[in-house]
Design a protein around this ligand. Structure first.
Ligand code: ADP
Ligand code: MG
Length: 236
């Protein structure tokens, strides 16, 4: 059985700035990510990792090349298509981006309620369920302020995964955490992803978490310089 990649990128280039200031940031990127795969992207600061993540996440328009999400082309896609794409992606950033005036449960519940056909009761049940899964069952009614960095990042993971998205994009999710909390949060992500077949693309500088990856890719000056082939691709 040939599996369709969740993400398929071909000859992608990207530029910032206009006229004389125009500068190429990404050069001929080719990358495929399969269902259930955990891909880690490393590379120096300024090499273009966040730019690539924002293109994959539909947060920026594709300028040149092809980028397909579940077979749908994002090059020249309408805003409406990008909006619906974003609903199918879970995002986890370095800063957790939680709303401080909402409790852990309310922060996660808000993401569930983006699906209009879900009742408030269902949303609460789902939010509490996933918070238990990330080990925060005793903290559902706490505000972010009263929780540790690792606990806040676990809420962010819960929020990113609660709707079961086929793809999670994580940009340096452990950067602000101590060694053990960083390890804990990626293991939670790995566990939930493997259970649900979610693909994860995770950017990190943290060498201590590389072992959770099925595949590691390396960005340098806007070029994917090293790319091991995935088990899935080898089987095709
Ligand atoms: P990384 O995430 O690997 O640190 P980025 O994708 O953030 O790299 O940045 C790649 C390059 O693009 C850097 O030189 C950065 O200064 C530049 N850059 C990032 N965002 C913008 C922007 N919005 N406008 C112009 N230049 C940008
Ligand atoms: Mg970055």
């Amino acid at each position: 059985m040939k599996r369709e990649p969740v993400i398929s990128i071909k000859h992608l280039n990207h530029y910032y700035g206009k006229g004389a200031l125009r500068r190429q940031i990404l050069f001929d990127i080719n990358l495929e990510i399969y269902s259930g795969e955990i891909v880690i992207m490393t590379g120096p600061s300024g090499s273009g990792k966040t730019t690539l993540l924002s293109l994959i996440g539909g947060l920026r328009s594709v300028q040149e090349g092809s980028l397909k999400f579940l077979g749908e082309e994002l090059y020249r896609a309408s805003q409406a298509k990008l909006v619906s794409l974003r609903r199918n992606i879970g995002y986890i950033f370095q800063a957790h981006n939680l709303l401080e005036f909402l409790t852990a449960r309310q922060n996660v519940q808000m993401a569930v309620e983006l699906n209009k056909h879900i009742s408030q009761q269902e949303a609460i049940a789902k939010a509490e369920g996933i918070l238990r899964a990330v080990g925060l069952g005793q903290r559902v009614n706490y505000y972010p302020d009263s929780l540790s960095g690792g606990q806040k990042q676990r809420i962010a993971i819960a929020r990113a995964l609660v709707n079961n998205p086929p793809l999670v994009l994580a940009d340096e999710p452990t950067a602000a955490l101590d060694k053990q909390s960083g390890r804990d949060v990626v293991e939670i992500m790995q566990h939930l992803a493997k259970e649900k077949g979610t693909s994860i693309l995770l950017v990190t500088h943290d060498n201590r978490i590389l072992d959770i990856a099925d595949r590691i890719v390396e960005m340098e000056d806007g070029i994917l310089v090293r790319q091991s082939h995935s088990a899935v691709e080898r089987k095709l």
